[in-house]
Every structure is written in C-alpha cells, then in structure tokens.
Write a protein that binds this ligand. Structure first.
Ligand SMILES: [Zn+2]
Length: 268
C-alpha cells in the first residue's frame, strides 16, 4: 500500500480564527511548541495559515518560541489580528493525498506545513516538515528491513534487473547510432557554414562519448550476467563476503565488496 498523509499527519490540530489577536496566536505557539497554525472559519474550513515566521516578520519586537513576549512588549503587540498577517488560501492536501505528493508540495512551494482537509473541505489535520522527516525515517527503516530480507535471494531479482537494463542500453545504443548517422548525412549534404559545421562536429563527438559510456556499461552488465548465471554474482572475489545488491545495481561489474575495493585503491 502506498503511504498517504493520514498515517503521518497530526490529527485535530490546534487552530485559530482570523479575528483573534496575533499575540494570542503567538502565545498558543509558545505553549504548544508549534510553528504553524491553520486559520479556520466558523465551519472549520481552512482560510489561511499563520506561521511563526509570519509573526516574526510582522512584529517589530523580537519574539521567541521559547518564552512568551515580556509584558513591556505585549501592550504594543495586542492590536494586530491574525487576519492581517496570515497567508490566505494556503496550499492544502486531503487525507488521501499520497505522501510523496505532499512532500513535493512542501518542497516546491517552500512551505513548512500543509493543512489536511476531510471530504467536506474541513480541517482534519496538519502535516509539517518535521512530520515529513519522521515519515522519511520510518519509510527508510522499513525499506532497509525489506531489503535485508531480500538479500537472501539476491541472484534472482538482481539478474532480472541487470537483464532489463541490458535491453534498455541496447535500445539506447541503437538511438545513438541513428543520431550519429543523421549527423554524418547532414554534413555530407553540404550547405553548412563553418559555425554550423562546428556545431555538428561537437554534437557528433558528444553522441559518440555517450555511446562509449553506454557500451562500457553494457560490457560490465554482460560480465555481471555471466557471473550471475554461474552463481558467482554477489560474492566478493577477495574476501568471499557478500556484495550488497545496492552496490551491484550501481556497479554491476563489481567483483569485490566496497571494503576490499577501497583497500586496494589506498596507496600503500
Ligand atoms: Zn571483500
């Protein structure tokens, strides 16, 4: 099952309404140690988001999340209302939004939280950057556990991966070759001035370089597939320890584990 925001959001979040004082909102943030407050109307529809950074930008006084503003500042701060400093029509998500999509929204829009709405568009939860990091940590941990249980039969899955990559490279090599031919024909056709000829040469060289890299990768894939068919793939030639599947996926030609490979590269 794909992870969605529901698993990682905070439900029933603390919220404020736009007519409340910004100072009161700041006190809420300090009390609860939070940096984001959804702003809702009477029917709990989200109309905005107020962040600690909004307040810091709005108040001339220095404010902190660690302690409420001193009495001497409070008098001057009391007249600002939430509606004057919040962000209107914030980006939101629903409980069914896939987690990766929500993370993408936070990153692309450079925002610190997403209010999460229910089917009627009412506030149901909130997901923040910190929640997202928590999710990432959890998912990476789960993935590592799954990878570890797959290590037991690496040859079967890995050899399939290598073969399918090999097929892709063959297709790609064909495309490079076609492209090189096109360039050759264009140059033979004549009618190009010096600048155009120069551009064609550069492109031809670049394509050739790409083709060379692909051919090299193909060679190491062939080698790896051969080793896999012999049942030798996944074991280090030097220490006969296991080479992790991730290393073989990145470097199919690897015949040694990373430790032995490093040791041999270190000048003695
Ligand atoms: Zn080794």
């Amino acid at each position: 099952m794909e992870p969605d925001v529901k698993t990682f959001m905070s439900g029933s979040p603390i919220s404020v309404d736009a007519t409340e004082s910004a100072l009161g909102a700041l006190d809420l943030m300090v009390d609860h140690g939070i940096r984001h407050l959804p702003v809702v109307d009477r029917s709990r529809r989200v109309v905005g988001v107020l962040t600690f950074d909004d307040l810091r930008a709005a108040f001339p006084q220095a404010i902190s999340l660690r302690e409420p503003p001193p009495a001497s500042d409070r008098f001057e701060m009391r007249d600002v209302s939430v509606g004057e400093v919040m962000t209107y029509a914030p980006v939101t998500a629903t409980v069914d939004t896939p987690l990766d999509q929500a993370a993408g929204l936070l990153a692309e829009r450079r925002i610190g939280c997403l209010p999460i709405l229910d089917e009627q568009g009412r506030l149901e939860g909130i997901i923040t950057e910190v929640d997202m990091l928590q999710a990432l940590a959890t998912l990476l941990w789960t993935q590592r556990k799954n990878d570890a249980s797959q290590e037991a039969r690496p040859a079967v899955t890995l050899i399939d991966t290598l073969r399918s990559e090999r097929d892709h490279i063959l297709v790609q090599l064909g495309k490079y070759e076609e492209h090189e031919q096109e360039i050759t024909e264009r140059r033979r056709g004549g009618g190009l001035d010096l600048v155009e000829q120069g551009a064609e040469v550069t492109e031809a060289e670049f394509t050739e370089e790409l083709a060379e890299l692909a051919a090299r990768r193909l060679q190491s894939l062939d080698h790896a597939i051969e080793r896999a068919e012999d049942g030798k793939l996944g074991h280090c030639e030097s220490c006969s320890g296991r080479i992790p599947a991730a290393r073989l996926r990145a470097l199919p030609g690897a015949t040694r584990c990373i430790r032995c490979a490093r040791r041999s590269e270190t000048p003695s």
